[in-house]
Design a protein around this ligand. Structure first.
Ligand SMILES: C[S@@+](CC[C@H](N)C(=O)[O-])C[C@H]1O[C@@H](n2cnc3c(N)ncnc32)[C@H](O)[C@@H]1O
Length: 457
C-alpha cells in the first residue's frame, strides 16, 4: 500500500534525490532514474538493487543447498545398522528438519528469484556497494526465534531500556531503526510510541521477509536449531513466528544498506541503532557523523547493545569512554548513558544462553557534523582491477602459509606417513626435521578435524 509518510522521508541511495512512489507501490528516483523493486511488498532501496539482490540470492541458494546436503549426510549416517535407537531417533529428527527447513527457506525467499538479472555487477562494484562477506543469510538466524517465538521477556527488557532512553512521550514524529533485524524492537516501539511512521531498515532479506510475515499477522514457520539442545526433541524445534497482533499502520520495513541509507539528510526525528554500531565495517567516527547527518536539529540517537567492536585495526575497537567522546565530537550534546545486565538469546530449548551488560546511549543532536565520505565497501585496486594489488604484510604471510599447506596436501597420496612428509619438508628446506614432524601432525589434525565437523544450520 502506498505510504506518503515513508515516501516523504526517502532519498535515492545512489544520487540522494527524493524518491517518488508509483501506484503499484514501487519507488523510483526522479534524479538518476533508478527503479527499486519490491520483495514480497518490502521496498529494496539499495544503490544497485539488482546486483545486491543477486548477491543475496547466491547466499540463499547456498543456505538451501547446504541444508539439503546436510540432510543427505544424515541419511547416509542413518544407513549404519549399528546405530543405537536413540541416536537413530535424533538423526532422523535432524535430517527431516534440515530437509524441511530447506523447503521452507526456498518458499519464503522465492521472491528473491524474481530479480535475477545479473546485469549491473560492474556498476555494483564501481559504486562500492558490495555486501560484506561475513554477513550470510543466516548470520543472525537465532534472533528470528527470539523476536517472534520465545523471547517475550528479553524483548520486553530491550523495549523498556530503549523507550526509557527516549523519555516520557519522546520526540514526536518519525522513528528509524537501523539494522532492525527480524524487527521486534521496531514493532514494539511502534506500538508503544505510536509514531506516524516507524521505519525498520535492514539489509538481510531473510530477516526482512520474516519480519513482514510476522508483523502482518500471517506468520511463518521455521525450524530453530538450538546451540545446546536440552533433549533429543529439542535438536530441532518447529517454531511459529508471528507478532502478538498485526502491526498498526505506519510501520514500514525497508531493505537497504545502513551505510547508504535511503533517507533524506536532516529528516529523521529519532534514530535507533540496536546491536549495530560495533558490527558495521565502517569506523564509528564516520558512522556517528553519518547518523548526525540523518537527524534533524534536536533529533535523538539511541544506541543500544554491547560495544564489541572487532575492526581489524586495534585503534578502531573503541571503549565506552572513546565512544562517548566520539559522539560528543560528532555534533551531539553530552549523552545520557546507562549500563544494564540483561539475558540474551536464552532459548528455552537450549542449555546455552548469555548475559550481556548492555549500554544504552541517548544523545541529542545540537550541531551539524562534517559530512563523512561515501562508504567504500572495497578498496579501489579491487574494484577497478587495473591498479597494482598491494603487497600487504598479511598477504605475504598468507602466500607463504598457503604454499606450505598446498605442498603438504599435495603429499597426501594414501601411502606416505606423517614422518615421510616431515622428511620431504625438511629436504625442501622449508623446516628443520625436528620442527617438521609436529608441524605436519598439527596441520593434518586440523584438516582431519575440519573434515569430521558435524553438519549444522
Ligand atoms: C547484531 S544484529 C542486531 C539485529 C537487531 N537489531 C536485534 O537486536 O536483534 C545486526 C543487524 O544489523 C544488520 N546489518 C549489518 N550491517 C548492515 C548494513 N550495512 N545495513 C543494514 N543492516 C545491516 C544485520 O543484518 C543484522 O540484522
Amino acid at each position: 500500500m502506498p505510504s506518503p509518510a515513508l515516501a516523504a522521508l526517502l532519498a535515492c541511495p545512489r544520487c540522494e534525490a527524493p524518491l517518488s512512489q508509483y501506484p503499484d507501490s514501487t519507488y523510483g528516483c526522479g534524479g538518476c532514474g533508478l527503479k527499486f523493486p519490491l520483495l514480497d511488498g518490502v521496498p529494496c532501496l539499495f544503490a544497485e538493487p539488482a546486483s545486491t539482490l543477486a548477491e543475496w540470492r547466491q547466499r540463499w541458494q547456498f543456505a538451501v543447498e547446504k541444508l539439503a546436503n546436510d540432510a543427505s549426510g544424515l541419511q547416509l549416517e542413518l544407513q549404519n545398522p549399528r546405530l543405537r535407537p536413540l541416536t537413530r531417533e535424533r538423526l532422523t529428527l535432524l535430517g527431516e528438519a534440515f530437509a524441511d527447513q530447506a523447503r521452507r527457506l526456498a518458499d519464503l525467499l522465492a521472491p528473491l528469484a524474481l530479480h535475477h538479472a545479473q546485469a549491473g555487477l560492474a556498476t555494483h562494484l564501481a559504486l562500492q556497494t558490495r555486501l560484506p562477506t561475513d554477513q550470510g543469510l543466516t548470520t543472525y538466524y537465532p534472533n528470528i526465534h527470539r523476536d517472534w517465538a520465545w523471547g517475550a521477556a528479553e524483548n520486553a527488557k530491550s523495549l523498556k531500556l530503549v523507550s526509557a532512553a527516549l523519555g516520557a512521550g519522546g520526540t514526536p514524529g518519525n522513528l528509524v531503526v537501523l539494522g532492525s533485524g527480524a524487527g521486534r524492537l521496531a514493532y514494539d516501539l511502534h506500538h508503544q510510541l505510536r509514531r506516524a511512521v516507524t521505519v525498520a531498515l535492514d539489509f538481510n532479506p531473510l530477516l526482512a521477509l520474516v519480519a513482514a510475515r510476522a508483523t502482518d499477522g500471517t506468520g511463518v514457520q521455521l525450524w530453530e536449531f538450538p546451540i545446546a539442545p536440552r533433549s533429543i526433541g529439542e535438536q530441532a524445534v518447529l517454531r511459529t513466528l508471528v507478532a502478538p497482533k498485526p502491526v498498526a499502520d505506519g510501520f514500514e520495513l525497508v531493505l537497504a544498506d545502513a551505510l547508504r541509507p535511503p533517507l533524506q539528510a536532516g529528516s529523521v526525528d529519532v534514530l535507533v541503532t540496536p546491536w549495530v554500531v560495533d558490527i558495521l565495517p565502517e569506523d564509528f567516527r564516520a558512522f556517528a557523523a553519518r547518523v548526525n547527518g540523518l537527524l534533524r536539529p534536536g533529533g535523538r540517537w539511541i544506541s543500544f547493545g554491547s560495544l564489541a567492536f572487532s575492526q581489524p585495526e586495534a585503534a578502531s575497537r573503541y571503549s565506552l569512554e572513546e565512544v562517548l567522546a566520539i559522539v560528543m565530537d560528532s555534533g551531539f550534546a553530552e549523552p545520557a548513558v546507562r549500563e544494564d545486565q540483561i539475558p540474551y538469546m536464552c532459548s528455552p530449548a537450549s542449555r546455552h544462553g548469555r548475559r550481556e551488560l548492555v549500554v544504552t546511549i541517548a544523545a541529542t543532536k545540537d550541531a551539524p557534523a562534517p559530512r563523512p565520505a561515501r562508504h567504500q565497501a572495497q578498496p579501489d585496486w579491487l574494484v577497478g582491477g587495473t591498479q597494482p594489488v598491494p603487497l600487504l604484510p598479511a598477504f605475504q604471510l598468507q602466500a607463504m602459509t598457503t604454499r606450505i599447506y598446498a605442498f603438504i596436501m599435495g603429499l597426501i597420496d594414501g601411502r606416505r606417513s606423517v614422518t615421510d612428509m616431515a622428511k620431504l619438508l625438511a629436504d625442501q628446506r622449508l623446516m628443520t626435521r625436528e620442527e617438521a614432524e609436529p608441524a605436519v601432525r598439527t596441520f593434518l589434525t586440523k584438516m582431519y578435524e575440519d573434515s569430521q565437523r558435524p553438519p549444522g544450520f
